[in-house]
Ligand binder design. Structure first.
Ligand SMILES: *[C@@H]1O[C@H](CO)[C@@H](O)[C@H](O)[C@H]1NC(C)=O
Ligand SMILES: *[C@@H]1O[C@H](CO)[C@@H](O)[C@H](O)[C@H]1NC(C)=O
Ligand SMILES: *[C@@H]1O[C@H](CO)[C@@H](O)[C@H](O)[C@H]1NC(C)=O
Length: 386
């Protein structure tokens, strides 16, 4: 019985009086049930609101880019991106050629590309949060939607002053990730802008820093590794707080007295096959564009691969291919059979001494992307910006 027990003690004397009482009781119960209902929905609402104002999980609010107010709607960032969450914390400046994201105690911020791509070669210059960036995470990645999604990640895990940023990378194909590789950089990424690039074509994915390949994920469908080739992806970037895990396993918390934290972006360029959701075709499917798209068949040659391996020996601090603790059955087939040998040859290197120690990996946790509004709302807002 859902009715409060109090109702049962209601007196019943004569039949006519008891039916009146019964009616009163019914009305009373109805009011009670209604009240409880309101209470429940109010607390659900409050919980949602808390979730949506929590630091990491802010509902995107599409709005006009700040620079469009001043009339400049033709800059690179205006043309290619929308500030997707964090309200005034994201800004498009300098005639649309500079974008800044900031993070304060209340929220982070983010942007995403207007278009979806099915293969792309993209470059972005990023200058990360300087000084004590502990607890902050700056992401720059490609992702498709849905549960079996594809994703290519650059994530920059902040650190306390004087300690190195960790560049975290990952590749998801059809929903499967767990392919983390982490690096320290050979420069201070907060001092100046540096170029972070993703080449994604049907043959391979290459992540580069200042034009130097640091990671390669080849199309290895032939040995049963799903490849990222069927789902269009959007570019996303965000600056958010994750001090419960990000810096030295959550030991070092964000110093909010230093807020707002700011990361800057400039000089975005892309060669890309643009996906049309309407025709469900990519712009590269037309024959005339195929010739000029030499990046679609670009790969590392053996010399470039050798250089990449040298960089990895020096700067890679975690490699999922060499983590028997996490993957006791062995890593995915894409790691090849040589990963054990690499591990031994790496163990002399001082940065790599801990590379096989599971304590060394900090795996970013979800959720790290804000929820999105419906397509149609987004489309309206994008149209406004255009
Ligand atoms: C954008 O338009 C303004 C005014 O029409 C012009 O001064 C500016 O050079 C343009 N910028 C770009 C990047 O095209
Ligand atoms: C921060 O610096 C410490 C000490 O150098 C290092 O162990 C850690 O990997 C760095 N990065 C993060 C994200 O904690
Ligand atoms: C902007 O990027 C292009 C190619 O990605 C590069 O050639 C150029 O030097 C960059 N500009 C600056 C100011 O770094």
């Amino acid at each position: 019985m859902a009715y409060p027990s109090r109702n049962y003690s209601y007196p019943t004397r004569s039949s006519s009086r008891s039916s009146i009482h019964y009616l009163i009781l019914l009305a009373f119960a109805a009011v009670l049930v209604f009240k409880v209902d309101v209470l429940i929905s109010q607390s659900i609402f409050a919980a949602r609101r808390r979730a949506s104002t929590s630091r990491n999980f802010v509902r995107p609010t599409y709005r006009r880019a700040s620079s469009s107010i001043t009339g400049f709607t033709n800059g690179t960032f205006n043309r290619n991106f929308v500030l997707s969450w964090g309200e005034e914390r994201g800004k498009i400046l300098e005639h649309g050629e500079l974008l800044t994201l900031s993070l304060d105690r209340k929220s982070g911020s983010g942007f995403e590309s207007k278009k979806e791509y099915l293969f792309a070669k993209i470059d972005m210059q990023i200058k990360l949060v300087p000084g004590n960036s502990a607890g902050t995470v700056t992401t720059y990645y490609l992702s498709s939607e849905g549960s079996a999604h594809d994703e290519i990640d650059f994530e920059f895990l902040g650190n306390s002053t004087g300690n190195p940023y960790t560049l975290h990378t990952n590749v998801f194909s059809q929903g499967k990730g767990d392919r983390e590789q982490q690096f320290f950089l050979w420069f201070d990424p907060t001092e100046d802008f540096h170029t972070y690039s993703i080449l994604w074509n049907p043959k391979c994915i290459i992540l580069s820093v200042d034009g130097k390949p640091i990671r390669e994920f080849k199309n290895m469908e032939s040995i049963g590794v799903p490849y990222l080739k069927g789902q269009p992806m959007r570019i996303y970037s965000s600056l958010w707080n994750a001090d419960e895990w990000a810096t030295q396993h959550g030991l070092v918390k964000t110093d909010w007295s230093l807020a707002p934290f700011t990361a800057s972006y400039r000089n975005f360029s892309a060669e890309a096959c643009i996906w049309s959701p309407r025709t469900r075709k990519s712009s590269c499917e037309s024959t005339d564009s195929a010739k000029s798209n030499s990046w679609l068949t670009e790969e590392l040659d053996s010399r470039a691969r050798e250089k990449m391996k040298q960089l990895q020996q020096k700067y890679m601090v975690y490699n999922y291919c060499e983590d028997p603790w996490r993957f006791p059955q062995g890593p995915g087939p894409e790691c090849g059979s040589k990963s054990k040998i690499n591990r031994q040859s790496n163990s002399n290197n001082n940065i790599n001494t801990n590379a096989n120690n599971n304590d060394n990996i900090i795996v970013p946790r979800k959720p790290r992307r804000p929820r999105r509004r419906s397509r149609s709302k987004r489309a309206n807002k994008v149209a406004q910006i255009d």
